[in-house]
Each structure stands twice: as C-alpha cells, then as structure tokens.
Design a protein around this ligand. Structure first.
Ligand SMILES: Cc1cc2nc3c(=O)[nH]c(=O)nc-3n(C[C@H](O)[C@H](O)[C@H](O)COP(=O)(O)O)c2cc1C
Length: 330
C-alpha cells in the first residue's frame, strides 16, 4: 500500500485523483473512481441549478460511502457569473464534501475571502489547479490545502506559460509547503512513479478515466483514445487567450484554420459550442466537437474498469520504483 499526504488527508487507498470533465464527471464515474480506492470527481458545471447540483452530490453518496472531489471551474462565462460560483461553493460547504478542485480564478478573487473561511469551517479541503508557481503561491497564501500542478501536456485548458509537467512538479515542490499533485501526462504506473519521484504526493488524470468502462461515453470514443497516439493532440484557441488541448480531428483543424486566418471569437464559438461535445460523447462521432484530451492518450492501450486501472497503476508504480532502486544497489 502506498502512503502519501494525499492518502492520509482523505483516507483513500491510492493517491490517484480524477480531474474535472465537463459532461462526463457525473455520479456514475465519480463513485466508480472512489469505490476503486481513488478520489472521484463531480464537475459542478454539469448541474446548472442549485437543486440539480445538490441532488448530484447526494446521488453520488448513494453510490459510494468514500470521499470524492467536486470541481468548480471559475472562468469568465456569458452564462455563469460570481453568484453562481458562490452558490456552488455554499452547497459544497453545506454538504460537507471532502475536497474542492478549483480551476481558473482563485476563490478569494472570484468570490471573496469569506467563501474560503466558510469552506474551511465546513472541513472542505481546498485544491487549486494551476500551471504556474506564482499562482500556486497565491493559493497557498490564502489558505488552500494543496495544489494540482498542471503541465502543458494536460487535456482541457493548460496555462499559456506552456511549462511541462517534468519541470512544473519539482518547481512547485521546492516552492511550496502544501502537498503538490501532478496533473498532465499521467496515465499508468510508470508516469505515476515518475511524479512521486519528482516530489508529488499524488497524481490527477482525466483522459485515462475516459477509457474506462464506467465513463459515460460511446464506445467509439473509448476506442478512438486507445487507437490514437501522443502526437494526436493540438493546442487550440491560443489566439483568443483560452488555450485548450484537444484531439486532432476535423473540427480542431477548422478551428486552427480560423485562428490562422485571423478569425476571432465570433467565428470560433460556433465550432466550440458545448452541445457539440455532448453529441460527440453520446453518439460517438469523433469529428463533431473539439474533444479535450491530453498527450497522455499515447499511454492508453485498453479499456478497463476503474478498479482494474487503479490497482494496476499502483502495482506498476511500486514495481517501477523497486526496479530503479535496484539499479543503485551493488
Ligand atoms: C473531456 C475533458 C473535459 C475536461 N473538463 C474540464 C473542466 O470542466 N474543468 C477543468 O478544470 N478541467 C477540465 N478538464 C481538464 C482535466 O480536469 C485535467 O486537468 C486534465 O485533463 C489532465 O490531463 P490528462 O487528461 O492528460 O490526464 C477536462 C479534461 C478532459 C479530458
């Protein structure tokens, strides 16, 4: 059994955390990851109203008695403003969820220090997902309990500092005194072992969890992830300051062409619209939407259950660390 500050903080078997996934991190997948011994993720943005959000937390609790994280993504949006983010945070405090993964703006800047105080009083552990030491230092200073250090390899929206996981993890570890979890490029036991060697207390992954039996996606999507390699992702939307890493497909080529031609938000938004993704996940059409995935897809070779995945990763990490340690013995 592996013991780190993360397994101790949450009382889980493995320091393996599922990252937020819009549309996909719903009770079914969240509970499967937690029941497998890791930390599942419930992504708040999937639930537009307070009632739906609270019900999703309660539904997850019916499926697992183990802890899980809730993600609140605080990005500028035309649909969702600060009051909505405050609502998500208040519900998390009232429901006393185990931990929060905040991405985008930090809580104090978006919702005020009083929201941090409220969450800490409720015992909710606060983690900020960031791609730069300066952002992590701010989070530490205002009272966060840990950092998800997200390198440029990650799926979703890596910071446009473009720093790799390999450099970001040790930089975070040497700069902070709260636990650091590596995000980006993690999909198996070897990459988990590497993150631990760099000083991380755990790993977060999302793309790998898409290729599990419990993820609510069409089989075509799972199979496509197994088929594709590490060079099959592209960075899109750099030109509008909302960099994202997505699977190379028809719509991603179209977005890159719009950007290369100097097209702005008005031309890009229709290609990005959220319901395209929902359609892709449900119907298995891999060309209809920009599917956010990380370079870690090069390490995905099969579709397994969350339980099989987590056990295999922990075993492989242990084996890899022992193999490398043996090289130092004469
Ligand atoms: C399909 C998908 C949707 C995502 N949606 C979100 C999101 O809504 N909020 C967020 O903070 N991160 C989101 N992410 C980023 C992940 O939480 C995580 O940081 C990243 O995917 C880690 O890299 P990996 O996929 O290579 O493991 C998403 C990632 C994927 C693959």
């Amino acid at each position: 059994m592996i013991k780190t500050k993360i397994t101790e903080m949450f009382g889980v078997d493995y320091p393996i955390i599922c990252g937020a996934m819009y549309w996909l991190c719903v009770p079914q997948l969240c509970a499967a990851v937690s029941n497998a011994g890791g930390l599942g993720n419930l992504t708040a943005a999937n639930y537009p109203t307070e009632n739906e959000f609270r019900n999703a937390i309660r539904e997850t609790r019916k499926l697992t008695d183990r802890p899980f994280m809730v993600n609140v993504t605080i990005l500028p949006s035309v649909h969702v403003g600060p009051e909505h983010h405050k609502m998500y945070l208040r519900v998390c405090a009232e429901e006393k969820v185990a931990g929060l993964e905040i991405s985008g703006s930090p809580i104090d800047k978006a919702c005020g220090m009083e929201s941090i105080d409220m969450l800490k009083k409720a015992g909710v552990k606060l983690f900020h997902k960031v791609g730069a030491v300066r952002h992590a230092l701010h989070a530490q200073q205002v009272g966060y309990d840990g950092i998800y250090a997200a390198g440029i390899e990650e799926g979703g929206h890596p910071l446009n500092d473009d720093v790799t996981t390999m450099v970001l993890t040790p930089r975070m570890v040497e700069s902070l005194n709260i636990p650091v979890v590596t995000v980006g490029g993690i999909a198996n036991g070897k990459t988990m072992a590497a993150a631990l060697m760099l000083g991380a207390e755990g790993v977060m992954m999302a793309s790998r969890f898409m290729a599990t039996k419990e993820c609510p996606v069409h089989d075509n999507i799972r199979n496509e992830l197994v088929r594709r390699q590490e060079n099959d992702t592209a960075l899109i939307c750099k030109s509008i300051n909302l960099q994202g890493r997505a699977l190379k497909n028809k719509v991603v080529k179209d977005i890159l062409a719009v950007e290369a031609g100097g097209g702005g938000l008005d031309k890009i938004i229709p290609l990005m619209a959220g319901d395209r993704c929902k359609r892709a996940w449900a119907e298995g059409d891999v060309d209809v939407a920009p599917m956010m995935v990380g370079q870690s897809i090069g390490l995905i070779h099969d579709v397994v259950t969350c339980k099989e995945l987590l056990k295999r990763m922990a075993d492989e990490a242990e084996e890899q660390i022992a193999k490398v340690s043996a090289k130092f013995k004469k």
